[in-house]
Ligand binder design. Sequence first.
Ligand SMILES: [Zn+2]
Length: 143
Amino acid sequence: MKIETKFDFDDKVWACSRKMVYIFFDCKFCEGTGELTAKNGEAITCPKCYGRKGHRENTQRQWVVERTLTIGEIRTRSRAERTGFDDEIYDNFGNQTAEYEEGYMCFETGIGSGQIHHADTLFLSHEAAEAFCKEANKEADNA
Ligand SMILES: [Zn+2]
């Protein structure tokens, strides 16, 4: 059996992940400056936003191109498709569907233990990573 993987050791890849994205709304009372100016020219802290200049609100989690990583460990798991017995109580004698998983561990996020990056979320170019995020966010908006 020969397994071909999407990436090789030491490949530099762009990683995408789902993150909470914030939108900042300027305070309307002070127009986002955080202070008000009195008629004598003295500045006081805005009583509506307490000098915070506005507030932020969570948006939906969005796919973003997060960082570049270097492949250091490749993990694959594959299962053969097999026709078994329909009324079998033991899984190993029953029908099984083909499965394939490909994960990567990277020098920047831990080899052996740490984060496992799914093959579908890693790309060889920034452009490809951005295109993936754009498409994934479009699907999320329609859901
Ligand atoms: Zn304010």
